[in-house]
Design a protein. Structure first.
Length: 328
């Protein structure tokens, strides 16, 4: 009598892994988003710079923890890929936002080099968090309510001439600027050079705020001016906010006007539109009004370029109405 065959079960298919690029915000538990907290809870493995691991230590019980040093970003990304290939759920953490000077960029570089695509088995999720630019601004007032940008002074991976050109361009263009990585033990001259470049275009009394360790136990906030920037206490944990030509500090608050004074006057608790302006419409000095003004001025492109601090070829093109346009 033949015995019945005993079925042999196949080994279970490996579970697809997941990489979650988690922004912790400034580091305080009060500012950790609900999704960031849930992503860390979901993870089997948490990878991060040692300081960032400490910020969320109470959330890591029972998880594999991989600590890396400051300059080991690619190693962190490689570790995350390896664990995800094993079917693990990985939280790769950054302070601030993972996509702003964080781990999102290096991780995608490693993934693409490994042949990963968005429809691959390994899922990648970016969990946003408040960047230092936002959190430091909230502590000092409202410095970012008009056009602004961020520049890192770290020349570990970016040539200094590139950084210097960016500094010069934004200083000339009157942006509010957040300087990341402004100074370290080995990089003390970069902030001096940045100050020198800005002073070519900005007044010496331009307001500057320096925030160190925002929302952490050793938080420190200081106000100074562009003239005295290089003398201030600045380190790797500092973010430097440089105001534009309209930024002011009053009663311990740094404020950049949005521009309402160009259109409205507020008196006795009521708002009135200034003469020649219309609510909900571009300023009289907006694009249409400016084109009309320069075309009717009879002045040369060179003269107008000098007045408005614009490239002469751009002004020359603006002086010529497009074909079919009504004469001004």
């Amino acid at each position: 009598m033949l015995s019945a065959a005993i079925p042999v079960s196949s080994p279970p298919a490996p579970t697809a892994g997941k990489i979650m690029l988690v922004g912790l915000g400034p580091g305080s538990q009060a500012h950790l988003t609900a999704r960031a907290r849930a992503a860390i809870a979901e993870a089997d493995t948490v990878i991060g710079y040692v300081t960032y691991i400490r910020l969320v230590a109470e959330l890591l019980e029972g998880k594999e923890i991989i600590r890396k040093s400051m300059t080991e970003e690619l190693d962190r990304a490689l570790e995350a890929l390896e664990r995800a290939r094993q079917g693990r759920k990985v939280a790769l953490i950054s302070s601030g936002d993972a996509g702003v000077y964080g781990m999102a960029g290096p991780t995608f570089e490693v993934l693409f080099q490994a042949g990963w695509t968005p429809d691959a088995e390994i899922e990648v999720e970016i969990v946003p968090g408040a960047s230092a630019l936002n959190t430091c601004a909230a502590l000092v007032g409202a410095p970012l309510t008009h056009d602004f940008c961020a520049i890192s002074l770290s020349d570990l991976l970016t040539p200094w001439p590139t950084i210097a050109r960016r500094l010069d361009a934004v200083a000339y263009a009157d942006f509010v600027v957040a300087l990341y990585n402004p100074k370290s033990g080995r990089r003390a001259q970069q902030i001096v050079e940045a100050q020198r470049i800005f002073l070519r275009h900005r007044r010496a009394d331009t307001p500057v705020a320096i925030v160190k360790s925002a929302y952490r136990p050793k938080q420190h906030i200081a106000f100074t001016t562009l003239e005295h920037l290089a003398e201030a206490d600045i380190g790797m944990l500092s973010t430097v906010l440089i105001g534009n030509s309209n930024t002011f500090v009053r009663d311990g608050l740094m404020v950049t006007p949005r521009g309402y004074a160009n259109k409205y006057e507020v008196a006795a608790g009521e708002r009135a539109t200034l003469g020649g302006e219309q609510a909900g419409r571009s300023l009289s000095t907006g694009l249409a009004g400016w084109l009309e003004t320069i075309r009717a001025s009879g002045r040369s492109a060179a003269e107008l370029a000098a007045e408005y601090r614009l490239p002469e070829d751009y002004v020359a093109a603006a002086l010529t109405p497009p074909p079919g346009a009504a004469p001004s």
